[in-house]
Design a binder for this molecule. Structure first.
Ligand code: PGA
Length: 245
């Protein structure tokens, strides 16, 4: 049987200046001194704070993710960042296909796939986000939508070097967490569609200190992608230090 170690990632979105990031790390690091070593602790800061954080996490267990990545190494792509630029700062993961760029910048599954492929071929682990809107769920289309996002987003990728984050859009930033049994059911479907027992699947959407233990007790949820609750060191540390049932 394969071992899927937990991956707990904080997505800071467009929050934290460099000085705020430094102050956060000085509160956060002592709180994870006794975290079990099989857990991956990942922070995805805005691009401007990556270099600062790369220095603060040196010699610690914390790993870095970017919030996006481009498919080319360099070129005329204003506002984009290449894998090569991230690797220079010891970044290990790259979030792609988050529902916010999908919604605000009309990111397509094809673009997301190109980003993920480029990340993977450069040695970054793509965190590919998928998830349905409230309307799609109410119309009974959730599974079809997620399956399309998974199949197109992961095309040509090695499932053993990737993370899929199931983030129902109606649960993001709303305080409405998807019921853990339902989140687990969708994560199991994703594992089945991808066809890999080793695939690491995260749940995301209003994860907080109060629901982390239950979510992490589910058979097909291997980690979480946390937005709002990762912005405060104490609350993210409690999430990272979830209790096993
Ligand atoms: P949230 O965000 O935890 O604030 O709901 C999750 C995400 O967008 O990844």
């Amino acid at each position: 049987m394969s071992v899927r170690n937990p991956v707990i990632a904080g997505n800071w979105k467009m929050h934290m200046t460099c000085s705020e990031a430094k102050a956060y790390m000085s509160s956060f690091l002592p709180l994870i001194a006794n975290t079990p070593s099989d857990r991956h602790i990942v922070i995805a800061p805005p691009f401007t704070a990556i270099s600062t954080l790369a220095q603060s996490i040196e010699g610690t267990e914390v790993e870095l993710s970017s919030q996006n990545v481009h498919w080319e190494d360099q070129g005329a792509f204003t506002a984009e960042t290449s894998p090569k630029m991230l690797l220079e700062h010891s970044v290990k993961y790259a979030i792609v296909g988050h529902s916010e760029p999908r919604k605000y910048f009309s990111e397509s599954d094809e673009q997301i796939n190109r980003r993920a492929r480029s990340a993977q071929s450069n040695g970054l682990i793509p965190i590919v986000c998928v998830g349905e809107t409230n309307e799609q769920r109410e119309r009974g289309e959730a599974e079809r939508v997620i399956r399309r996002q998974v199949e197109q987003g992961l095309e040509g990728l090695d499932p053993d070097k990737i993370i899929v984050a199931y983030e129902p859009i109606w649960a993001i930033g709303t305080g409405k967490t998807c019921e853990s049994a339902e989140a687990n059911r969708i994560c199991a479907l994703i594992r089945n569609w991808v066809g890999s027992e080793n695939l690491i699947i995260q749940y995301g959407g209003s994860v907080k200190a109060q629901n982390i233990d239950e979510l992490m007790s589910m058979s097909d949820i291997d980690g979480v992608l946390v937005g709002g609750a990762s912005l405060e060191a104490n609350s993210f540390a409690r999430i990272v230090n979830f209790e096993k049932s």
